[in-house]
Design a protein around this ligand. Structure first.
Ligand code: NAD
Ligand code: DAU
Length: 350
């Protein structure tokens, strides 16, 4: 595989995937295709932007003409598709935007791939990056496997489930070489502070209330983003066409326990008295349709392709907090302007 288009490469996970591919495979030609929405930020890739095997192209995957022209002119060998609207709360406010980017945008890419790669499906690959949220919610027991039936509850997860179905339909109907992975919650550097962990770090740092939805009893299964990027690398290079892999860290945390842990870490790092940051915890109105628990069984990925997480949650969280404390300018830049408006709309009346 020589030329790879990575969509959504200026976002949180995409930037880690782009960095990994650019650095690990100097012979590959990596094109980062991103619309640069509020979530896309070229600052995330400053360290590799001048590498000879990297290029950025600004564009919208919903724009079919643009996508077709791009495929015609670039003739990529593969697509790793991460571009998406990714925040559940925003999908509750504006579902249609999620249908456009996550469903229509994905189908546009599939169509361009189908046309452009005719006669060479065996030498090309469409890798679709998806989420565990397509499986819905778990009770106290059990884990999502690759066989779990889809049961999405939020407009976000419904749009991702739909895009997964289209990817499989293109594999089954046209013979496109497609692979899908469904990953649990990621955390790490460059995570936009609308999501729980970076939002909590930022608020604790600034002595602002830390909003916890409902009773804080929902459970998420957290994975360090660089381990996700490595899993994508392993699956991209080794999976058979048509395969699906679940990716996760066997690392379930109740939201409130996680927030308390972050408070303890930040008390130490900011030189506060023990228990001071936890006073910021504020219970707010729950998210509508809030899934209770996610837990991923990543056994197939381990047994077939040998992938396991490389670091513990404690190590990863410490690294993450350190990164946010050391990158104040990044945090200030992404939380100025539109973020303030978003924050007021999302939290002021909860
Ligand atoms: P993100 O919101 O941080 O980044 C999304 C990127 O896509 C941004 O750079 C944005 O500019 C770009 N984008 C959005 N709409 C676009 C469009 N129409 N055309 C081109 N580019 C567009 O998202 P993320 O958290 O990095 O997630 C990346 C992918 O991984 C998504 O598909 C998401 O569903 C999936 N995923 C995320 C997680 C997680 O915990 N964050 C877990 C599992 C799967
Ligand atoms: O599971 C994978 C998914 O993880 C990805 O597909 C999504 O793109 C990603 O955003 C993430 O979805 P979640 O909804 O689980 O992540 P979020 O960080 O928004 O919320 C994590 C948990 O914390 C969830 O139970 C809701 C809760 N929460 C969130 C926010 C933003 C709060 O209690 N307070 C908050 O302010």
């Amino acid at each position: 595989m020589q030329k790879i288009i990575i969509t959504g490469g200026a976002g949180f996970i995409g930037s880690h995937v782009v960095r990994r591919f650019v650095k690990t495979y100097p012979n590959y030609n990596i094109i980062n295709l991103d619309k640069l929405t509020y979530a896309g930020n070229l600052e995330n890739l400053r360290d590799i932007e001048n590498e000879p095997n990297y290029r950025f192209i600004k564009g919208d995957i919903v724009d079919l003409e643009f996508i077709n022209t791009l495929f015609d002119s670039e003739q990529p060998d593969a697509v790793i598709h991460l571009a998406a609207e990714s925040h559940v709360d925003r999908s509750i406010t504006n579902p249609l935007e999620f249908v456009m980017t996550n469903v229509v945008g994905t189908v546009n890419l599939l169509n361009a791939a189908r046309e452009n790669w005719k006669g060479k499906y065996d030498k090309t690959r469409f890798y679709h990056v998806s989420t565990d949220e397509v499986y819905g919610t778990l009770g106290e027991d059990g884990m999502f496997t690759e066989e779990t039936a889809y049961d999405p509850h939020s407009p976000y997860s419904a749009s991702k489930a739909s895009s997964d179905h289209f990817v499989r339909a293109y594999q089954d109907t046209y013979g496109l070489n497609a692979v899908i992975s469904n990953c649990s919650n990621n955390y790490g550097s460059f995570h936009f502070p609308e999501k729980l962990i970076p939002l909590a770090i930022n608020n604790i740092k600034q002595n602002k209330p830390v909003p916890v939805y409902g009773k804080g009893e929902n459970i998420r299964d957290w994975l360090w983003v660089e381990d996700h990027a490595r899993a994508i690398d392993v699956i991209f290079h080794n999976a058979k066409a048509g395969q699906t892999y679940n990716i996760g860290g066997h690392n379930e945390w109740k939201n409130i326990d996680l927030i308390n842990l972050l408070c303890t870490i930040l008390d130490k790092k900011l030189g506060r008295e023990a228990g001071e940051s936890a006073k910021l915890i504020t219970y707010v109105t729950d998210r509508a349709g809030h899934d209770l628990r996610y837990a991923i069984d990543a056994g197939k990925l381990k047994s077939e392709l040998g992938w396991v997480p490389s670091i513990t949650f404690e190590e990863g969280l410490e690294k993450t907090v350190d990164w946010y404390l050391a990158n104040e300018e990044w945090l200030d830049n992404v939380t100025s302007g539109n973020y303030q408006q978003y924050y007021k709309g999302q939290y002021n009346n909860r």
